[in-house]
Design a protein around this ligand. Structure first.
Ligand code: UGA
Length: 433
């Protein structure tokens, strides 16, 4: 069993700390935000992530998991130190590395024993080398350390299960022995381990996210063509996905990708490429198509209700960027709702968990307690996030509440035939309208 220090308790850091402690390791997580630290210490999770707070509580009770703002305390016994701080989108599109640099400085200053520093934050290619340089500048010269890049592939909403069942563990380092030591830590997960160099590991993360984003923009482009030519994109995706070379995942057409990762990472990769003198045409198209998907959704509503949305009542089901999370970062709902409000529409919305967070982004929305309240007096109902509880609604009730029974389904959650039989004017994405 190892002694681990985790610097930063965002999505990745908290999941990493909690789950490694659950595997029997001793874990000290560093959080410098006092309010967040207090919350964590009281056994609560600052984010909504299924299964995470139960594990956090259990491992805190066992004494294996602790939260602190004290580097010296957290690093005293640690042989493995994870950097999991945020790398938000900078003004110029490049990832903002200020938190990574600050973490590297503090780690260097508090290093008292041999340790491996594992970079798990999504960082531009070359950052691992920079982290090594910063630590060396601040650490005592007699202390040995190595830097390993270990990109994280977990998804919000299924982070705990993704941690315990990874498709692969990627480790990049110039120090093979250090990479193998980190591989050992992951042994209980039984996953394929890919050991490579630092820069390649960093690139694997960007290339993976950009590829998944590309699939989404690709299927959204196909959806647009399907609408014009009268084909059904859901069936097209099913037909394509049956080919083993293509596979069925990440081919759901809709209003595009959001969240804290894909938008930021595609833009950062584009920036990295352009700075290196490349012309990343595909990445640019992926971003443009993604933005278009949101715009087209609003255009479609205009087609349905008429150009003038002024005074129309629009109901929105789902606000978070995807189900099972309260994360509102880059959520398509924000752009769509702002566009509707700009056009003079009144917007009511319901989300099972994200309302509190959403109010910070779109305060002028009337937030409702149920999907049925959203339907009341609505001229149209917009399905934005495919939460399970929206799969089976009482459609009779919804229809009786609405002013006009129009449904715009941004995630192709419903069956067009069934919805029309129930008496709705129903439009999905890429399904013939
Ligand atoms: C994504 C990656 O899937 C993770 O592997 C990665 O670790 C993570 O980013 C990260 O870099 O930290 P996440 O953003 O949590 O994970 O969520 P996804 O499930 O990938 O969904 C991203 C967005 O794409 C959502 O808005 C979702 O609605 C949209 N999406 C997804 C589609 O529009 N269509 C699809 O077929 C799939």
């Amino acid at each position: 069993m190892r002694n681990i220090c985790v610097v930063g308790t965002g999505y990745v850091g908290l999941t990493t700390g909690v789950c490694f402690s659950d595997l029997g390791n001793t874990v000290n997580c560093i959080e410098i935000n006092p309010e967040k630290l207090e919350l964590l210490r009281s056994g609560k999770s600052p984010i909504y992530e299924p299964g995470l707070s139960e594990l956090q509580e259990r491992n805190m009770r066992s004494g294996r998991l602790r939260f602190t703002d004290d580097y010296a305390f957290a690093m005293a016994e640690a042989s493995l130190i994870f950097i999991t701080v945020g790398t938000p989108m900078g003004d110029d599109g490049a990832a903002d590395l200020s938190q990574v640099k600050a973490a590297a400085r503090s780690i260097g200053q508090h290093l008292t024993r041999r340790a491996i520093i594992i970079d798990k934050s999504t960082v531009p290619v070359g950052t691992g080398d920079m982290v090594g340089t910063i630590i060396a500048e601040h650490a005592r010269p007699d202390i040995e350390f190595a830097v390993v890049s270990n990109p994280e592939f977990l998804r919000e909403g299924s982070a705990v299960s993704d941690f315990f069942h990874p498709d692969r563990i990627v480790l990049g380092s110039t120090n093979r022995a250090a990479a193998e030591e980190v591989a050992e830590l992951h042994e209980p997960l039984g996953a394929q381990v890919i050991i490579t160099d630092l820069r390649t590991a960093e690139m694997i993360k960007y290339a993976s996210n950009a590829f998944l984003a590309t699939r989404i923009s690709f299927i959204n482009e196909i959806a647009q063509i399907c609408e014009r030519l009268g084909a059904d994109v859901k069936e097209v995706a099913r037909g394509m996905g049956a080919d083993k070379r293509i596979g069925p995942h990440f081919l759901d057409a809709g209003i595009g990708y959001g969240g804290s990762c894909f938008p930021k990472d595609v833009l950062a990769l584009h920036h990295m490429a352009a700075s290196a003198g490349c012309h990343p045409q595909l990445l640019q198209a992926v971003m443009d198509i993604n933005q278009d998907a949101r715009n087209r959704f609003v255009t479609k509503l205009r087609k349905l209700l008429g150009e003038d949305l002024n005074g129309r009542m629009i109901g929105v089901l789902g606000l978070s960027f995807k189900p099972n999370t309260d994360d509102m970062r880059e959520a398509p709902s924000v752009d769509i709702i702002r566009a509707l409000q700009h056009a003079g529409a009144r917007v009511k919305a319901y989300d099972p968990v994200a309302i509190e967070r959403a109010a910070e982004y779109i305060p002028e929305v009337t937030f409702c307690a149920t999907a049925y309240d959203v339907a009341k007096e609505a001229d149209a109902l917009l399905l934005i996030t495919e939460w399970n509880e929206f799969k089976q609604l009482n459609w009779e009730k919804i229809k009786s509440f609405m002013r006009t029974p129009n449904i715009l389904d941004g995630r192709n959650l419903y069956d067009p035939e069934e919805m029309r039989e129930r008496g709705f004017t129903y439009w999905g994405v890429g399904r013939g309208n």
